[in-house]
Write a new protein. Structure first.
Length: 378
């Protein structure tokens, strides 16, 4: 059976205290008391009366505690020595400590017994039997202690590996989001700039309005791509400018409304999550329909600590696989929510009536940042 040395990072004092402490002393006291009671009960019939048996129980308990205490001290000293010399072979020192502790305990038992009863003599047969018995018991206790320590170390290693994996997954999701943003933004910018150029030639006033919304959108979107955190108010303002630009391009084919209680605008929200849901509703819901449709964004609080944000559209509904929730954008959104909030957050999709899709975000709203902006319905 492999026996490990003390943890490399432990000092001799820490290694000693890991074995010789109040909790271990109480366990040792209990085990020795049970062992003494069991032995004395097996000898109960040999006593003439209970008055003689009870002093015998106290005497044997005292002797057992002496052996248990010396064994515990021996194991603690062995652990401290191995921590002082981490390169030493553990097994010889551990075995030597157990045998010496068992022999010391036997000598102490004899001397204490002689103190209470001077008629007691020293016998080598008794000495060897006590040393052998307690060496065996000490070796078993030492092995159990080492096994328990190995199990704790393995558990700590697994926990550290799990935390590291979680951090790596979070970084991977953020990298995927950045790559996704890099793929989405160029075509949107090119189309918008082309529309601005066309409107300046035909309707300069509308061209200035579209350019103003584009500047506001970029001011909100570009910092969000580099941040790990945002607020509901900031994300709604981003989406408002995005929809205003699209409304100028699509005309009567796009209508939208945004509603959110002012006290919720400071609630924590991952950047670009809401924009991804809105873009998904436009691309897969409204854009394929000749008549377009309407998008409604609502935010409200459910219970004491849950923020609900809904993006509802009147588009074609679950007619394509992407709109049914298997798109890359939605998969990235779910992964980000899980990495940031764990099981407390969720993204739900359901069919709207009479048609369309409702995308619902459920987020814990315990983390609040100071925001004073207010949102209006479009």
């Amino acid at each position: 059976m492999p026996i490990s040395t003390a943890p490399p990072s432990a000092t001799p004092g820490q290694a000693f205290k890991a074995v010789f402490n109040l909790r271990v002393l109480l366990v040792m006291f209990g085990l020795c008391s049970v062992f003494a009671c069991a032995r004395m009960l097996s000898w109960y019939a040999g006593y003439d009366s209970e008055d003689a048996w009870f002093p015998g129980l106290l005497r044997y308990t005292r002797q057992t505690l002496l052996s248990g205490l010396t064994l515990l001290l021996g194991i603690a000293c062995a652990e401290a020595w191995l921590a002082h010399r981490p390169g030493a072979k553990a097994l010889p020192w551990q075995a030597l400590a157990i045998v010496l502790a068992a022999a010391t305990g036997a000598i102490l038992r004899n001397r204490v017994a002689f103190f209470f009863n001077p008629k007691i003599t020293f016998e080598w047969v008794w000495m060897l039997s006590i040393v052998g018995l307690w060496s065996l018991m000490g070796g078993m206790a030492y092995a159990l202690f080492l096994r328990a320590r190995q199990a704790r170390q393995a558990e700590q290693t697994l926990l550290a590996a799990g935390l590291l994996q979680e951090r790596l997954q979070t970084r991977q999701v953020e990298a995927q989001l950045s790559a996704l943003n890099a793929q989405i933004e160029p075509h949107f910018l090119f189309n918008t700039l082309a529309n601005v150029k066309r409107l300046y030639e035909t309707s300069p006033e509308r061209g200035r309005d579209m350019l103003r919304h584009l500047i506001a959108y970029l001011r909100a979107a570009l910092p969000s791509m580099r941040r790990a955190d945002s607020t509901l108010g900031e994300e709604l303002e981003l989406v408002r400018n995005y929809l205003s630009i699209l409304q100028m391009r699509m005309g009567a084919r796009l209508g939208y409304a945004i509603s959110a209680a002012p006290e919720l605008l400071s609630a924590r929200l991952p950047p670009m999550v809401l924009a991804t849901l809105v873009e998904n509703a436009i691309k897969h819901g409204l854009a394929p329909l000749p008549e377009g449709g309407h998008i409604t964004i609502r935010a409200h609080q459910q219970g004491a600590g849950m923020l609900i944000v809904e993006v509802a559209d009147t588009g074609q509904g679950f007619c394509t696989s992407a709109s049914a929730g298997s798109g890359v954008g939605l998969a990235n959104t779910r992964a980000r929510l899980h990495s940031l909030f764990g099981p407390d957050a969720a993204l739900e999709l359901e069919a709207a009536s009479p048609r369309g899709v409702v995308a619902r975000l459920r987020l814990p709203c315990g983390s609040v940042l100071p925001v004073t902006m207010a949102m209006e319905a479009a």
